[in-house]
Write a protein that binds this ligand. Structure first.
Ligand SMILES: [Zn+2]
Length: 301
């Protein structure tokens, strides 16, 4: 890395009243305290070898950092550390704001609570592996040819593809949010439907086999027809919902006062069983172990 001094500072606090030159200058406008902390942490490792001084110059919200170190031999290594600190700063501190901005700009129809949920999901889903290192390499390349970097401008103009990736993460998070919301709405409607419905039978047993298939039995443990109803349709004021979930639609058609689920522990985690639990609430319980459960377990081995 070949770095030419660009600006001159007289009377640097650390170095006394000598003329020192910033080898590198960084401009930032947001989360500047976190940025300085990250830089200090990354540059600590040079202690004893070459003293890297950081001069802070604040202008309203903007911060200009002048970095200086006397040893030109260390340029490449210091540049690498600075690049890594900046990459970490972007991912940890700037990215949540970038995502928030994108969500506000493209999905203004959602309220603040919904936008927060979308943001959390975008943060959680984005493939982060190796991202900081990839950004660090690009920042390092830039710093090897430029002595000054304006972080906001760098992200906007030099990391366009990164911002595009964030936009894709936001789109995916919104899709997921809409599906979740639809599901919650669907469950809410079914729960309401079940609450107002008069039970037709006292109990239905759901026998969940190890492969996830299920069989329904009546209160005397006698098998019920396989497909009670598949094309069950629930008309509601708001929407007509096609119940694709055979278990849930069968249970709603049978309208039992109680539902007992038999099987192993994994049965409770099946999507159909989970939805049924949400719809039937306290009227659905899991058998704590009986002969039928035992048989289901044995059949699964
Ligand atoms: Zn049982």
């Amino acid at each position: 890395m070949h770095l030419q001094p660009r600006s001159y500072t007289v009377g640097d606090l650390r170095l006394g009243s000598v003329v020192t030159m910033d080898v590198l200058s960084i401009e930032a406008s947001r989360h500047t305290d976190e940025l300085v902390e990250l830089l200090r942490k990354h540059l600590e490792r040079f202690e004893g070898r070459t003293q890297v001084s950081i001069r802070e110059e604040r202008q309203r919200a903007a911060l200009r950092l002048g970095l200086h170190w006397p040893d030109r031999e260390a340029d490449e290594e210091v540049g690498r550390e600075v690049a890594h600190a900046l990459a970490q700063h972007i991912v940890a501190n700037l990215e949540p704001e970038l995502l928030s901005q994108l969500i506000r700009r493209h999905y203004g129809q959602f309220d603040p609570v919904e936008r927060e949920e979308i943001l959390d999901s975008a943060r959680a889903d984005a493939p982060r592996r190796g991202l900081t290192s990839r950004l660090a390499i690009r920042i390092g390349d830039y710093l090897s040819q430029h002595r000054a970097v304006n972080l906001d401008g760098f992200v906007t103009f030099r990391l366009k593809d990164y911002v595009l990736d964030l936009e894709r993460d936001v789109d995916a998070a919104v899709d997921e949010f809409l599906i979740d919301r639809e599901y919650r709405e669907f469950v809410r409607l079914l729960r309401y439907f079940v609450e107002v419905q008069t039970p037709k039978v006292p109990e239905v047993h759901v026998m969940v086999q190890a492969d996830g298939r299920f069989e329904l039995r009546d209160e005397h443990m006698q098998p019920l027809p396989d497909e009670v109803t598949v094309d069950f349709r629930l008309e509601s004021q708001a929407a007509e919902i096609n119940l694709e979930d055979v278990l849930v639609s069968s249970l709603i058609t049978l309208a039992p006062a109680e539902v007992t689920v038999h099987g192993d522990d994994a049965a409770q985690e099946l999507p159909s069983v989970r939805t049924a639990k949400q719809v039937f609430g306290s009227r659905l319980h899991y058998c704590s172990g009986c002969r039928a459960c035992e048989e289901l377990r044995r059949a699964g081995v």
